[in-house]
Design a protein around this ligand. Structure first.
Ligand SMILES: [Zn+2]
Length: 305
């Protein structure tokens, strides 16, 4: 199994900003230090091309990001000020999901050690999301004829509003979002299947609901490829999440999704998505557990070179 990273570009963040950028490079170090994946299986992503991005995003929006002409309001909605690093990082994060998608076709499962930027719409960014990695990769797989019926299983605690809007009128991509009802975004889009959870939902309620609705996704859509957004923010220690999932429960969540897809023989590309616990070590553990579950399921491995 391969995992792709894009964590070299540190963004200049506004004073007092709480976005835990450090988690991405810490995750990569943890995966290597704990032997979850050998170093040769953790690869740097190349940037998505402007053409790739325009598979989903409007030429006007892509052009404004490229040229640094995003309005102040558009930058405020994204949450990062524009910078060349912001552009490079955003392109590489999409590139990592493109690479993971191709690797998943071969190995059954692969991951982007960042990504899951599901609040990005075709014509604008929002909530720390510039481009929608999963949407771009889904369309790329379809254009290349590698997949036809795609399901997005979004278990980040925030609704995948950008993804839902992008594929609202597209019957070939099924969007499933399981999220906190009281969480951002406060004006939600309509996914093909939305499961909105009450504040305080814990493992005992969450896991059976997920298993039930995952079967519904499979029965209704019969996907030949799955994108899984494994957000760490349903965790009880998360600053924004409002749910009460434990670290063990989140690992069980990953097993529910990934074991089911493996049993069906459907390839899965994983993106990490959110995670905002003040305890960064807990976030890294949750994400590393996702990679460990995936690594145990990969059908083939790349030769050590
Ligand atoms: Zn989130």
């Amino acid at each position: 199994m391969l995992a792709f990273y894009s964590d070299h570009f540190v963004l200049p963040l506004p004073e007092g900003h709480k976005f835990p950028m450090a988690k991405y490079s810490l995750l990569r170090k943890r995966i290597l230090a704990s032997g979850i994946l050998p170093a040769s299986h953790v690869q740097e992503a190349t940037a998505a091309s402007w053409d790739d991005l325009r598979l989903i995003h409007t030429p006007e929006y892509v052009g404004a990001v490229a040229a640094g002409t995003l309005e102040r309001d558009a930058q405020r909605r994204i949450g990062f000020p524009w910078s060349p690093e912001m552009v490079e990082r955003s392109r590489r994060s999409v590139g990592a999901t493109l690479a993971a998608s191709r690797a998943a076709l071969r190995d059954g499962v692969a991951a982007n050690l960042a990504g899951g930027t599901h609040h990005a719409f075709a014509d604008r960014g929002e909530g720390y999301c510039v481009f929608n990695d999963v949407a771009v990769a889904a369309r790329m797989l379809q254009c290349e004829g590698a997949a036809a019926r795609i399901a997005v299983v979004d278990c980040d605690v925030h609704q995948g509003n950008g993804t839902a809007a992008i594929f609202r009128d597209d019957p070939t991509v099924f969007t499933f979002s399981m999220h906190g009802a009281q969480n951002f975004p406060f004006r939600k889009e309509v996914s093909d299947l939305d499961v909105a959870l009450d504040d305080g939902t814990g493992d005992a309620e969450y896991l059976p609901l997920l298993a039930h609705h995952l079967e519904e996704v499979i029965a209704r859509h019969r996907p030949d490829f799955v994108f899984y957004l494994a957000g760490a923010d349903p965790y009880e220690g998360d600053r924004l999440g409002r749910l009460k999932m434990t670290i063990a429960g989140l690992r069980r969540r990953d097993e529910v999704v990934l074991h089911r897809c493996a049993a069906l023989g459907v390839p899965v590309a994983i993106s990490m998505s959110g995670g905002y616990a003040p305890d960064i070590d807990a976030i890294v553990t949750i994400h590393a557990n996702t990679i460990a579950v995936a690594a145990s399921l990969a059908t083939t491995t790349v030769d050590e070179a």
